[in-house]
Design a protein. Sequence first.
Length: 241
Amino acid sequence: MIEPLAPLFPGALEEFGDALIVYDGRAALEPLDALLRSDRLAAELARFGERYEQPEPRAVASQWSKLYFSRLLVPATAAAIAADWHLPLAPRGMRVALDAQGGVATFALPHAGTASAPGDTEERFGFLVTEHLPPVIDSLARASGLTRRVIWSNAGNLFERVIGHCAQLLGEAHPGVQQGRELLARRRFANGAANPLAEPVRYLADGTRQRRVCCLRYLIPTLPYCGTCPLDRDPMVRNDS
């Protein structure tokens, strides 16, 4: 774990911070840029899909992206909100370690990052939303055929969850929480570009949390529908998040 961030992940939360380390040059880790090459990434997606009896390539890529985001986006977003912490997430400077089934287990960063006092929403989250996610999502889409819209939705779904957890701990008035909410509500960035993270989920009248874009998990027959699935389905089907 990156030492300055350790207080953010006590107890059961430690596993979220453990996926981020500072690269010290000793471990034989793969450059993230190399993993993101289409042929290389396609091979790891195929290996990742071996865990399923009937892997559907797009659904496999979607599941892979959710694991990737849970191990990077969750701690990075929490750090940005709770500690005003800016992590060095340019893919060219990062290295990764994969688990036995092809998922990213560890992200090694070139340094621990820096504390900053972001003046606005884009300053707080730009290192993640405009610097890291676009090239990663583009590479995954090219390697798998999965649409960018689904992958961005996977990222947005987790981003919204992290904001909600931070709001419970820090309060809705916390500047980082407010700016996180603002980011998800914003259709366009200041430069006029569309915000692909806009409104990833909605809350129904009964309080049910529902994704706006399906993650395609249902295309793998051995997996249940996720708990936030927007599709019409048999109400007796078991839900997993």
